[in-house]
Design a binder for this molecule. Structure first.
Ligand code: GLN
Length: 552
């Protein structure tokens, strides 16, 4: 159902990907929110996967999980972090979701004998979903990032849906193109042609940009601004220069320096609100990011780093962000080191390599799946435990911490997770019966324990102190759990389960007491998904505090 006077801002990429469409969308959300508007941010992804859950993180980056359990693109994480609030199930749309729905409706005779086609059925299903998101969020403005770049085959239906919405309500729909203006080193001049071509492509779909954000290494001069305005049919004051900057957290502030929110309000005919909050808190945060000097060295021991000749940290973006926010809060600049777990196993394993871990103030083993890299991670965890290096295990990192403890402290040398060796004599991490059934039926998509679940915390533990609360809600994404049959013997051997599901059946947090280790803690959930710039996560903060203890 269409929402009266609801405004839509569509953010479309021109020239190439990776120039900051996601950050632009997030920053637009943040500045409009600061102006007193209620805003929701959406990502529409052109691929046919129904959600992001089945995609390889090395290729596609992190799978970001919402409270509802929906597995989404990592951009959704940026949106939540910039808006400082959680988003809903309706705020993420893929072509797969749309087509699946339409095809299922066709099979159920819902179209009453009509021919079902991309236009209008697919397009209208997209429009309906955008409107549902506005309704569910009860917001005034939706900012919608269209995945991919203009000219891609895959996102045409989404652009078509946006075009149609503009035809129906011209004053309520606005297009922002985030484009790229290269400065080839041999020429030493900023070139506008690729952006002109991108706009021409967009025009061929019946859409023009209202605002062009020109991303580049350097600020844009007036000559180029006029050229873009002339050839792309926009006013010069609708061309915004967005040069590379030191910190992405400055993006909303720079937009405001350029009076971007006023421009958006003018084009969308929005009146100034009385409940403006301004960006004071954000400004203080952004300033702090640039002023912290003392370094804290944190290692992430993972395996989804290498793609071709490049090393990317995209698979762990929320973990990286979570570390940063807590470090900034405590006055530290985090230096994050990516360490490949496979370097510590098989023929690669050398004691001297493990000793190098001493250089780090803290070690994180993040989430993961499958066998490769786990013996390396186990070696790292053992080293961190024995050498009292602060250790934080996230999901797989917690399960492996329990396995390491069972093997090396309890002496259950064969201890393992059912994910790797279900025939082990000590399956300390096991699959739950409901999960077993799903796997036997070949149902892999969206079938894990996903989304927000409560945990109760034990008095007198690191976790309880960090949260200063008896219960917490955290987001999950895993199939395996600590085997209830081993809980007692593990606890008797000294590893405490300081958080569990309210029923007491599922173990949520494991830790060593403070007098045994400065910080040796793992969570079955993913705390990184709820870490926000203006609200750092308490467990990350406790970890960084332990990592920086006694540092000068
Ligand atoms: N592979 C483990 C499981 O499925 C951990 C998952 C994760 O780290 N997200 O339970």
């Amino acid at each position: 159902m269409s929402v009266k006077n609801h405004k839509y801002i569509f953010v479309i990429g021109g020239v190439m990907s990776g120039v900051g469409k996601g950050i632009t969308t997030s920053a637009i959300g943040a500045i409009l929110q600061a102006k007193g508007f209620s805003v929701n941010l959406l990502k529409v992804d052109p691929y046919l996967n129904v959600d992001a859950g089945t995609m390889n993180p090395t290729e596609h980056g992190e799978v970001f999980v919402l409270d509802s359990g929906l597995e989404t693109d990592q951009d959704m994480g940026n949106y939540e972090r910039f808006l400082n609030r959680s988003l809903t199930n309706c705020d993420y749309i893929t072509s797969g979701m749309v087509y699946k729905h339409v095809i299922e409706a066709e099979r159920a005779l819902k179209y009453q004998g009509r021919c079902v086609e991309a236009i209008p059925q697919i397009r209208d299903e997209i429009i309906e979903r955008l409107e549902r998101s506005a309704n569910v969020n009860k917001t005034e403005i939706s900012v919608v990032e269209i995945g991919g770049t203009v000219g891609d085959y895959q996102n045409i239906m989404f652009i078509e849906a946006a075009r149609r919405m503009k035809v129906q309500n011209p004053d309520d729909v606005l297009f922002v193109m985030v484009s790229y203006m290269p400065v080839p080193s041999k020429l030493g001049e900023m070139k506008s042609k690729p952006t002109q071509n991108a706009i021409r492509l967009l025009n061929s779909y019946g859409v023009n940009a209202d605002i062009i954000i020109a991303r580049s290494e350097v600020p844009m001069d007036d000559r180029r601004r006029e050229k873009i305005a002339n050839s792309c049919s926009v006013r010069t004051d609708h061309v915004i220069s967005a040069p590379d900057i030191e910190s992405v957290f400055d993006v909303p502030l720079n937009f405001e320096k350029d009076k971007m929110s006023e421009l958006l309000m003018k084009v969308l005919r929005l009146k100034k609100k009385k409940n403006e909050t301004g960006m004071k808190e954000w400004e203080t945060f952004a300033k702090r990011v640039k002023s912290v000097k003392k370094i804290v060295n944190i290692a992430i021991v993972g395996k989804y780093f290498n793609t071709g000749d490049f090393v990317l940290t995209d698979a762990y973006v929320s973990v990286l962000e979570a570390i940063k926010y807590s470090a900034y809060k405590l006055g530290y600049k985090p230096k994050i080191h990516t360490v490949n777990a496979r370097d510590f196993e098989g023929v690669n394993a050398k004691d001297s390599d493990l000793k190098k871990l001493k250089e780090f103030d803290g070690i994180i083993v993040p989430g993961g799946f499958g066998e490769s890299g786990i013996e390396g991670k186990l070696a790292v965890i053992k080293y961190a435990r024995e050498n009292k290096i602060p250790y934080f295990g996230l999901c797989y990192g917690m399960q492996l911490m329990v396995i390491e403890y069972a093997r090396n402290v309890l002496g259950l040398k064969d201890a393992n997770t059912a994910e790797i060796n279900p025939k082990s004599s000590a399956v300390v991490i096991d699959i739950m019966p409901e999960q077993k059934k799903l796997l036997a039926e070949g149902k892999y998509g969206a079938s894990m324990r996903l989304g927000a679940y409560d945990a109760s915390l034990k008095e007198g533990t690191i976790a309880r102190d960090a949260y200063s609360s008896k219960t917490v809600t955290e987001r999950h994404r895993h199939r395996y759990e600590v085997n209830p049959d081993f809980v007692e013997i593990i606890q008797n051997a000294g590893l405490i389960f300081s958080g569990s599901s309210p029923s007491g059946k599922l173990m949520e947090i494991a830790e060593l007491p403070k007098n045994k280790h400065p910080f040796f803690l793992g969570t079955q959930f993913h705390p990184e998904f709820l870490a926000r710039p203006l609200a750092p996560h308490p467990l990350f903060t406790a970890f960084i505090k332990a990592a920086t203890k006694g540092k000068k």
